[in-house]
Structure formats: C-alpha cells, structure tokens
Design a protein around this ligand. Structure first.
Ligand SMILES: Nc1ncnc2c1ncn2[C@@H]1O[C@H](COP(=O)(O)OP(=O)(O)OP(=O)(O)O)[C@@H](O)[C@H]1O
Ligand SMILES: [Mg+2]
Length: 503
C-alpha cells in the first residue's frame, strides 16, 4: 500500500516537473495523466492488499457453505431428474417437475419465496386445472382457467417460455391469490408433438428473478416432464382399461348367473314339479298324466334350446371362425328357432373386415343384448340389424325394432334400482372399443340403437386409403380428442339420450 502511494507521488511530481519545464503544456493532458496515475495506484494497492492476505473466518465459512449447498443442489438435481425419468406415478412427476424447476431457477436464498404450479388441460371444456402447486391457496387449487390469455395463453401459443413482470396485471394468473405478489413470472408450455398437456408456471416476489440460462434449463426440464407425463398418462390409461375389462367380465358373469336363474333354472324346477304331479296322477287319471307328459317333454325341449342359445351367446364359435356377419345370421336363426322372433340382418358385403376380432366380439355382444331387449320388452314384429360403413373412418351398426317403445328418461331415473345390467353392459363394452352409442325410442313406434365404431384397421382386400379419424365429418358428434377415461358408476344414466318423445 505504502509503495503504491510512493509510486503515484513520484509519478505525479514527475508530471508536474515536466509541465513546469514547458514540455507538457496542456491541462487536459495533465488531467488524463492524473487519472492514469490513480488507476495504476489502485491496481498496485489491490495487488499488495491481496498478495499475502488470508481469508477471514466468516469468508471461509461462507465459501464452505456455498460449496456445500452447490453439491447438495447437484445431488438433488440428479435425484429429481432420475425420478422424472423413471417414475410412472403421475403425482410424483408433477412434484419432481416443480422441485427440479426450483433448483434450476435459483441460487439457494432462504428469504426468497418461489410460487409454482403445473396446470394441465382436463375435462370436456379443456380448461387448465392447477393439478400440483407450491404456494397456491386451497381456493386457488380448485380454480380453473382457460389458458387463452396472459402468460399462460402466450406460452401455449408460442410453444416457448414467456416472462411477465407483474402477476396482478396478468389476465388469468391475477385470479390466483398465491401468484398475486409475484413480480417475476415465467411460464413454460408442456407439449409433445401435437399433444398439448398444459403449462408450468414459476413466480417470484423479486423482480428480474429469472436469468435466461436458468429458463433455458427450465425449458429442457419442461420437455423431460412432458415425456414423463405422457408415460404416466399412458400407464394410468392402461391400468384403468385393465380395471374396466375385469369389471366388464364380472358384470357379464353376474348377468349370466341371473339369466340362468331366471331362465333354465325356473324351467327345470317347473319340469320337476310337473313330473311329480304326473307320478301322483298316473293311477287315478292316466289320460291326464299322458297329456302332461307331452307338455313336460315340450318344456324340456324348450329348456334345452334356451341353454344352447345361452351357450351360443356366451361363446359363438362361428364368430371366431367366420366373423361377425356369419355370427349374426346364426343368432337370427336361433332367435327364430328358440323364441320365434324375426331378426333381419342387413349387412354390407365384407363389412366386418373393417373391425379386428376383439371389436367384432364386443359388437356382437352389444347387438345380442339389444336384440334380446327388443325380444323381451318390445313385442315387435321385426328386429333389424344393419351394418354399414360410414366413409373409411366409422362402421355404423343399427338395431331397430317396431315394437312398443319406452320412456328412456323414466328408465334412466331409476335404473340403479332395477337390478338391470343390460344397458350398462352395452355402454361399457362400447367404451372398450371407443364406440359411441345412441338410443332413441318412441312409444308405439319402436326403439333404435345406433353404434358408431371407429375403424382402426384396413382390411387386406380393401385398397382405399383410410383417412385419420380426427378429420372425418362425424354425424354423431364423436370427439376427435383422445377419450377421457369414463368413471364407472352404476347409478349413472346408462345412455346419453338424443330424443325421448314419450317423456
Ligand atoms: N327395445 C326395447 N323396447 C322396449 N323397452 C326396452 C327396449 N330396450 C330396453 N327397454 C327397457 O329398458 C329397460 C332396461 O333394459 P336393460 O337391458 O338394461 O335391462 P333388462 O333387459 O330389463 O335386464 P337385463 O338386460 O339386465 O337382463 C328394460 O327393462 C325395458 O323396460
Ligand atoms: Mg336387457
């Protein structure tokens, strides 16, 4: 330090000497040289001051703390990144995304509050739901938003992170109490290809809280999180699908048990009673006993047919070997044979080839239940089953009768009390193949069920290209969006009805 002053003093004296001797005349030059002298003095002082100085205790502690926290951040970052790439748990993905985002955005500063939320599109209206958050109020957590304006809307439109400086002025986030004190906001869209999942938002009460580098990192996290979300969604869908298949099978077993109880079991009990009566009346009224025997024989034959019919509907082998239309023709024959019911099959040639064997099996079950309903409840002269292709995207199945019709609303209202399973089963099975069912009925005119099945395969003998389902004009307003998983609820109305004139 002393040396520095000495050097500068000598330097300034030298300059003055030169000016006095007339070599340097200009006062501007003198000012510049004085500035230069000051800078050199500063540098010399800095070098001197730091050459042999040992850091103070608090400086050492501070340095050690920073090193420790950097290591901890790195470890946490690594762990969260591993969680993100390995978990199929939806909630864990959302939590890890926010935690890792927080680490990426900030140096650890215990005094700074960071608010974050992951908004995902949900529901028919495709609104943004704050599915997971840090620092939002309970009320905020149930508040939905459109995702059309403010940082949310902009991030989604631009498919890029968007900054904002005041949450109170944001058209959508201002409604969230948790975000209101934020003076820095960044919104990162969560999107994979054409699939838009939602937006992740971070907010800080400090202004200019987020650097460009940290936002770049956040963008990478957003991409990783979207893939993790996609996997979690698919896994969830798979689980739900599995559960539904098990439930559908269980319902089918229940229905079979009830049908066996109501049908063949009753008939066999009646046969036993009549045989008992015949045995007792054989000696006293032999003629009547013979007549009764004839009736019992007829009843036994009918019961055999009923059981055969049930076995056929349970596992129509012809469906596996010759396909849906052949199985429907056999159903029609059996309906005539067993129940004296007239079922007319009108199918376009080779129409079943547009459905895979699983979809054909499900379609058969639904048609069989609808035909059976018409037989049991409609007292109709005819039942028609029609199968036709609606351009290359849908296969339309209609089951129509000219019977008594019924009041759909009334049946829907007390459906859960009736002990019926037929319509619920039909609806659930249709969901398994993503088909849409529509029921119309009119008193005295009849009932019609329309099922629209999306075509997912191209039969080998049809060369016409299949257009993607989403671009087809849909006569029955089928959603082009991926279907949300319906919740199974037996008390639910089994059909969304289009029209119910008798109600
Ligand atoms: N084609 C139809 N004509 C007249 N009424 C019908 C017709 N289809 C259904 N229904 C009415 O709707 C009700 C519900 O039908 P659903 O198939 O769910 O039950 P179910 O046939 O009574 O019993 P299950 O199918 O469980 O053996 C029927 O009880 C009947 O009143
Ligand atoms: Mg039924």
């Amino acid at each position: 330090m002393r040396n520095g002053f000495l050097l500068v003093t000598l330097f300034v004296l030298g300059i003055e000497g030169l000016q006095l001797s007339g070599i340097l005349r200009s006062s501007e030059t003198g000012g510049f040289l004085l500035l230069l002298a000051g800078t050199i003095a500063g540098i010399v002082w800095f070098i001197q001051a730091n050459r042999n100085r040992t850091p103070s205790r608090s400086e050492r502690e501070n340095f050690a703390w920073k090193l420790r926290s950097t290591r901890e951040r790195e470890r946490a970052f690594y762990e969260l990144a591993t969680t993100l790439s390995s978990t199929l748990d939806f909630q864990k993905v959302l939590d890890a995304t926010q935690d890792i985002g927080k680490l990426a955005l900030h140096d650890p500063d215990p005094n700074e509050r960071l608010i974050s939320a992951v908004f995902l599109f949900q529901g028919d209206k495709r609104e943004l739901h704050p599915i997971s958050s840090r620092g939002l109020t309970q009320k905020d957590s149930s508040r939905l938003t459109a995702g059309k304006q403010g940082v949310l809307g902009l991030a989604l439109q631009q498919d890029d992170p968007v900054f904002a400086i005041n949450a109170k002025k944001d058209n959508e986030l201002s409604y969230y109490a948790g975000f209101q004190p934020c003076l820095s906001l960044v919104a990162i869209p969560l999107r994979a290809g054409f699939e838009e999942y939602g937006v992740m938002v971070f907010g800080s009460e400090k202004s200019n809280a987020f650097s460009d580098e940290s936002v770049d990192m956040l963008k990478a996290i957003g991409k990783q999180a979207t893939i993790a979300l996609q996997n979690a969604f698919l896994y969830q869908k798979l689980l739900t699908e599995k559960e539904r298949i098990v439930e559908v099978e269980e319902d089918a077993r229940k229905k079979l048990a009830r049908d066996l109880h109501d049908g063949p079991t009753q008939s066999v009990a009646a046969i036993a009673m009549r045989v008992n009566y015949i045995r007792r009346s054989m000696e006293r009224q032999p003629q009547q006993a013979i007549e009764e025997l004839g009736k019992v024989e007829e009843l036994a034959r009918r019961t055999t047919k009923e059981i055969r019919h049930m076995l056929f509907t349970m596992r129509p082998l012809i469906l596996e070997t010759q396909g849906l239309v052949a199985a429907l023709h056999q159903l029609s024959e059996k309906m005539r044979d067993t129940h004296n019911t007239n079922v007319v099959i009108e199918a376009e040639q080779n129409v079943e080839k547009w459905l895979d064997s699983h979809a054909q099996g499900v379609a058969f079950y639904i048609i069989e239940e609808a035909v059976n309903n018409a037989r049991k409840h409609a007292q109709s002269d005819h039942i028609w089953v029609r199968l036709k292709r609606q351009n290359t995207a849908y296969l339309v199945v209609e089951i129509e009768d000219d019977g008594v019709g019924f009041n759909i609303s009334e049946v829907n209202t007390d459906y859960h009390l009736r002990g019926s399973l037929g319509m619920v089963n039909m609806k659930e099975r249709a969901e398994l193949i993503e088909a849409q069912l529509q029921l119309t009925s009119q008193a005295g005119v009849g009932t019609k069920i329309t099922m629209v099945v999306p075509i997912k395969r191209q039969p080998s003998d049809v060369t016409e290209p299949i257009r993607p389902v989403a671009h087809i004009d849909n006569p029955l307003q089928i959603s082009a969006n991926p279907p949300t998983q319906p919740q199974k609820d037996k008390s639910n109305i089994p059909y969304a009805t289009k029209r119910s004139p008798s109600s």
